[in-house]
Ligand binder design. Sequence first.
Ligand code: IPM
Ligand code: MG
Length: 368
Amino acid sequence: MSTPSLLILAGDGIGPEVMAEVKRVIGWYRDKRDMPFDVSEDLVGGCAYDAHGTPLHDDTMARAQEVDAVLLGAVGGPQYDDLDFSLKPERGLLRLRKEMDLFSNLRPAQCFDALADFSSLKRDVVAGLDIMIVRELTSGVYFGDPRGIHTEGNERVGINTQRYTESEIARVARSAFELARRRGNKVCSMEKANVMESGVLWRQVVTEVHQKDYQDVELSHMYADNGAMQLVRNPKQFDVIVTDNLFGDLLSDAAAMLTGSLGMLPSASLGLPMANGRPKALYEPVHGSAPDIAGQGKANPIACILSFAMALRYSFDAGTEADRLEQAVETVLADGARTADLLGPEGGTPISTSEMGDRILAALDASL
Ligand code: IPM
Ligand code: MG
């Protein structure tokens, strides 16, 4: 096979700083594991708007469609808040998701033992937590028509539409069942079938897909509001959660907090297989661009580095190497390496973004 290609879109805020550490990790795999990647870089978000007047240039979009995987840092910043909706940094990300048809968004929430005391929940509720939220990413209320703000009589009306087709539900359900088979073999599907027709259909289709092809996987259903409550009450009851775009957005933020730091969580957004058998894929940390700490070397690069581990696993069929990288992260945390976001109430001296990178590379070396 030819050298796998990666497009790096570091984006705004802390994106470039955390991505710099990922580039070092990519270099490590090239040098020490004989795994070269053909890496190119481009702009997305506010920096693309500054350079081209659009948060995602058509050439960048085209390049993203060609490569084996896209690695994205973060987008956004306060200086773009007043831009027209269509020009906001977030639109660049949403366009990538939509045009690459990345319908299955994998958001793991894993609690590293060394950080179990950082969660806002008690240690025994979160220690050892390992759940995976599969969020539908290309449809639902984020994209449904009609949408907009118009005037009716003498007042304005804001409209968004929750819309799901059977096939959209079925394909994300399949991806959740497939994933569950490689984990704890349990799927909990969340919607609001008690109030939304799209939720009724969601539940029906998930049940049909299960009946037809995945009866070996344990399936349960929950209303999403109860799901939110259960996530903070007893998160370890879950293995894989599958849900729609908006509920997935909310539930994954709640799940993220269980683990102690948003700075720790990676994500993968996967689409249909390409001609070479690899899925269309974009990997990004769950955290945002954190403009308040950008450029100061304070950011935690772990979420972005773990996103690359997901790329190794889901795009490059290198699960053992992904395990190695995740283990390296676990090791440095156990050894007490802490960026500022990981300092508990008792404080301590934080290390910088690049020092965290140094530690992880050293742990990778030690793993050989
Ligand atoms: C996320 C973010 C995005 C979303 C924003 C930045 C558009 O919150 O990836 O969870 O709402 O999907
Ligand atoms: Mg979100």
